[in-house]
Design a protein. Structure first.
Length: 327
């Protein structure tokens, strides 16, 4: 039984995203994206290396020659087992943070080695994501109207009662028009469709479905959360230019393939943690006070479907003594 229950790695991963949020949060509204990202990356890497596992970064800050840390292929952790894949987004919404806007979060996900989908040739995916009640109601190949009608039926609502979240981008002009014609409402976000997908899959956020095109790495991170929550996500690779189309043809990539959450991250034990950096619908952001700070996180595991919210009070005077990153 002990082996079956095993460690909930997510309860350890939350310290990773808390540390990233605490250090990145200092840069809220200061207009310095690079400094904020570096702070989050440094803190995340330090704490990840204290976790007993042999993790390999699959979704990270980029290729080794472009990212000094948290690069794809980097090994993190302080033990030989379990061997895991790691997906990190130290700040999903760096622009949101640097411009002092809502909903920037720090995220990390871990799953068995070799379980996370990699998209070396295509940077974006067309996505649809919903919570458990509507998990069987979506089909990314169906029309926007059909999807909204089916999700409304699954949620026992009218289409006009649905709220769709999507990135505020020119490429979504036609999508937004179709949502409006179907009668649903829209929550535009400037950035951060990981939080967008998690909001769509989490009851009580006021968001019912994520639609639209966003980063492929972010799709994998979001899929880890969706696997834990029990919602569904369907994605299709979306080549954005001639160069990516050439790669797709040269490598025989099937862009018609529908990738479900289980395709984006398979295996039976997925762990996800996220900490709010700026206040948002999903999580409160970091709040600093005289001798400390508070953070709010969500901690999930797919095997038992547990989702925890963790409100933490941090004491820098004690953290400093142990070199734990605080600000
Ligand atoms: C997407 C989205 C991310 O950046 O990658 C977006 O998935 C970039 O889209 O959450 P554009 O290239 O159209 O700006 C984020 O919003 C933040 O990294």
């Amino acid at each position: 039984m002990e082996q079956q229950i095993g460690r909930n790695l997510a309860l350890e991963l939350v310290r990773v995203t808390e540390a990233a949020a605490l250090t990145a949060g200092r840069w809220m509204g200061r207009g310095q994206k690079e400094a904020a990202d570096q702070a989050a990356v440094d803190a995340m890497r330090m704490v990840l290396n204290t976790i007993p596992m042999d993790g390999v970064v699959v979704i990270g800050e980029g290729a080794k020659d472009k990212a000094p840390m948290l690069f794809e292929g980097e090994h993190l952790g302080c033990a030989d087992e379990p061997k895991t894949d790691i997906a990190v987004d130290p700040i999903d919404g760096t622009r949101l943070l640097s411009q002092g806007m809502a909903n920037s979060i720090s995220t990390v996900a871990v799953a068995e080695r070799g379980s996370m989908f990699e998209s070396p040739y295509v940077a974006y995916m067309d996505k649809i994501a919903v919570g458990p009640e509507a998990a069987d109601a979506v089909d990314i190949n169906a029309s926007v109207e059909t999807n909204l009608k089916n999700v409304a039926r699954a949620l026992n609502r009218d289409v006009r009662d649905l709220t769709v979240v999507m990135l505020d981008r020119p490429r979504h002009e036609e999508l937004a028009q179709q949502v409006r014609e179907a009668g649903a409402r829209i929550r535009f976000i400037m950035d951060g469709d990981v939080a967008g997908a998690v909001m769509a899959a989490t009851p009580g956020t006021g968001i019912d479905i994520l639609m639209g095109i966003g980063g492929a790495p972010e799709a994998v991170v979001a899929a880890c959360a969706i696997r834990c929550i029990g919602g569904e996500m369907q994605c299709k690779l979306w080549p954005r230019n001639e160069e990516e189309w050439a790669s797709v043809h040269a490598h025989g990539v099937d862009v018609s393939r529908v990738l479900t959450a289980a395709d984006l991250v398979h295996g039976d034990d997925v762990f996800f943690a996220a900490t709010g950096i700026t206040d948002g619908e999903l999580l409160k952001g970091v709040h600093y006070f005289g001798d400390g700070a508070t953070t709010q996180s969500v901690v999930m595991r797919s095997r038992f479907g547990t989702t925890r919210r963790v409100d933490t009070v941090h004491r820098p005077s004690k953290l400093d003594a142990y070199g734990v990153p605080f600000d």
